[in-house]
Design a protein around this ligand. Structure first.
Ligand SMILES: Cc1cc2nc3c(=O)[nH]c(=O)nc-3n(C[C@H](O)[C@H](O)[C@H](O)COP(=O)(O)O)c2cc1C
Length: 535
């Protein structure tokens, strides 16, 4: 069904679902970011003043839009789809050419300033290309990722690769050998390619094959004209470029980050753009920071976490990589726990990429309900036993809370695990939740007592009736201790006042006691609880 899916189909799908608005009035490209931020839909600006190319933004700024783009019912379904794509990748197919090549500018004709790249936030270093699926050769395969390119000259940009990812490692090799590194940058691809590129695959794993797995069909690629690297055939716009062997020496940014914060000044390499190709009527995709990154990243973390739990042999129910944790740093996991597995689950979770804080709960806790999770932490955790800190782990340079390190030094930071599962060796009744008596029978909205019950309940019981009832209650609990509600249930014909009076009589006659669970029993019987000795 998706084998022919291209960027335009994604726009059409969002439009049909009422998730994309067409803005036909003229817009100043400087105003686009804030307009998108205020809108509850993705926006397609058809008339951008000074440019021939429309701009679309906010395409995946909600879980619903990502689900629509990925062709699944619910956002949560992406996990299965992505996991399947990772385990059964499909290699790409090479096509001779594509609509992306309808117009090509090479050499001196390259002019990035013809592209309507919007500015974003007030501390930015300039307009930034945010949605380019960047392909580079890596051995026999390809490596794909998404990186920001800040416009500098009409054929020169920077590339933000401060994070220790695969492209950075590949670019470092090229730099050490003093050679430029050819890359293609496909802007306006389907979400399948975008999701796969955003997936942090291990070195040597070809993300284009994962994109094929997501499509269920090979990704069509076509060769660039000026470099020996393919681009995604059918993309709206493609830049053919080389990362220059300048090293991480050029100041760049600042950039708005997925953390919802402004990053500091970065030092990055330069990128020469050798050719620009595009459709006859291209649409420029301006990815809006930070939510379009966050919603895209979360499912990729699910897949990584799930395989770590599998390797650790932990039975996981649900995983919530939280929005508040910037879709990268916090995870709440519910497990079907066996002894000690709270800690094992945490070690597995903290081994995954950038996960910094992990909370593990039992499977009776809803990981998507912050109240529930906090309640588990409040009622199941002892800080000295259930919270552990691993100092000196690899950290993400974008974490603003890390100490300042010299340029070029990878920062390290702490990882924290909180085991909020019910601890081993604690009596289970400490975790019995309040469950209201008669919840199964008395329903608000349809509640009505029958006349007979009302009349019986209104009549004052005689002393004789109370004494008889007390004797029957005593007989019952002599056999087996019962909770108060169970006694009431056993005498369901007796009105409540008769029962409370019967219990009152048993108390007064000093016949009543309770067992260690709080059930009613006969005083002095073998069931009766004994007052613990005072220390
Ligand atoms: C919209 C978007 C923008 C991104 N920008 C950058 C960036 O500027 N620099 C960076 O290092 N990673 C960026 N990332 C994250 C990388 O694309 C991601 O970690 C990817 O898996 C890296 O692939 P690699 O390890 O193959 O290089 C961005 C992700 C998204 C979704």
């Amino acid at each position: 069904m998706y084998e022919r899916e291209i960027f335009r189909d994604l726009l059409e799908r969002l439009r049909a679902a009422g998730e994309l608005d067409d803005v036909r009035d003229p817009v100043d490209s400087r105003h686009i970011a804030t307009l998108v931020d205020q809108a509850d839909k993705a926006l397609l600006f058809h008339r951008v003043v000074g440019y021939d190319i429309p701009v679309v933004s906010g395409l995946i700024r909600s879980s619903r839009r990502v689900a629509i783009g990925m062709g699944v019912e619910r956002y949560a379904d992406i996990e299965e789809k992505l996991t399947r794509a990772i385990t059964t990748p499909i290699p790409p197919v090479y096509v001779e050419t594509s609509a992306t090549r309808e117009i090509t500018h090479v050499g001196d004709n390259v002019d990035l300033f013809n592209l309507p790249v919007p500015m974003s936030s007030i501390l930015d270093g300039g307009p930034v290309i945010t949605a380019g699926v960047t392909i580079v050769r890596d051995g026999d395969g390809l490596n794909a990722g998404i990186y920001r390119f800040l416009l500098k000259e009409k054929n020169l940009t920077g590339i933000d690769i401060v994070t220790p990812n695969n492209l950075r490692a590949i670019a470092q090799r090229a730099y050490a050998e003093g050679r430029p590194l050819p890359v293609s940058i496909s802007i306006g691809t389907h979400l399948f390619e975008f999701m796969a590129a955003g997936y942090r695959a291990p070195m040597g794993v070809d993300e284009i094959c994962i994109a094929g797995g997501l499509r269920g069909a090979p990704v069509p690629l076509s060769m660039c004209e000026t470099i020996d690297v393919p681009y995604i055939a059918g993309a709206e716009i493609v830049l053919e470029a080389e990362i220059l062997p300048t090293g991480w020496t050029w100041p760049e940014g600042r950039f708005g980050e997925f953390t919802r914060l402004m990053g500091g000044l970065h030092w990055n390499p330069l990128v020469r753009i050798k050719a620009i190709s595009h459709r006859r009527d291209p649409i420029y995709y301006a990815l809006h920071m930070p939510w379009e990154v966050t919603w895209l990243m979360i499912p990729t973390r699910w897949s990584q976490l799930r395989s770590a739990f599998k390797a650790a042999g932990v039975q996981v129910k649900d995983i919530n990589v939280t929005l508040g944790g910037a879709g990268s740093w916090h995870v709440v996991i519910s497990i079907r726990k066996q002894s000690g597995e709270g800690k094992n689950a945490l070690m597995a979770a903290l081994s995954v990429g950038d996960i910094k804080h992990a909370v593990v709960v039992d499977d009776d806790i809803d990981v998507y309900n912050g109240l529930d999770v906090e309640w588990a932490i409040a009622t199941r955790v002892q800080g000295d036993r259930d919270v552990f800190v691993i100092p000196g782990a690899r950290a993400k340079p974008l974490d603003p809370s890390l100490p300042v390190v010299p340029a070029g030094v990878g920062p390290t930071g702490a990882k924290v695990g909180i085991d909020a599962t019910i601890p081993e060796g604690i009596p289970r009744e400490r975790y019995e939740r309040i469950a209201y008596a008669y919840a199964d029978r008395a329903k608000y909205g349809s509640y009505k007592l029958d006349e007979k019950a009302v009349r019986a309940g209104d009549r004052k019981p005689t002393e004789k009736e109370v004494a008889e009832l007390a004797a029957r209650i005593l007989e019952l609990i002599a056999e087996k201790p019962l909770y108060y509600a169970e006694v009431i249930d056993a005498f369901s014909d007796a009105p409540q006042q008769a029962i409370t009076r019967a219990f009152g009589k048993l108390h007064a006659d000093e016949k009543l006691w309770q067992d260690p669970q709080g059930r009613m029993c006969v005083r002095g019987s073998r069931f009766a609880a004994v007052l613990p000795a005072r220390g």
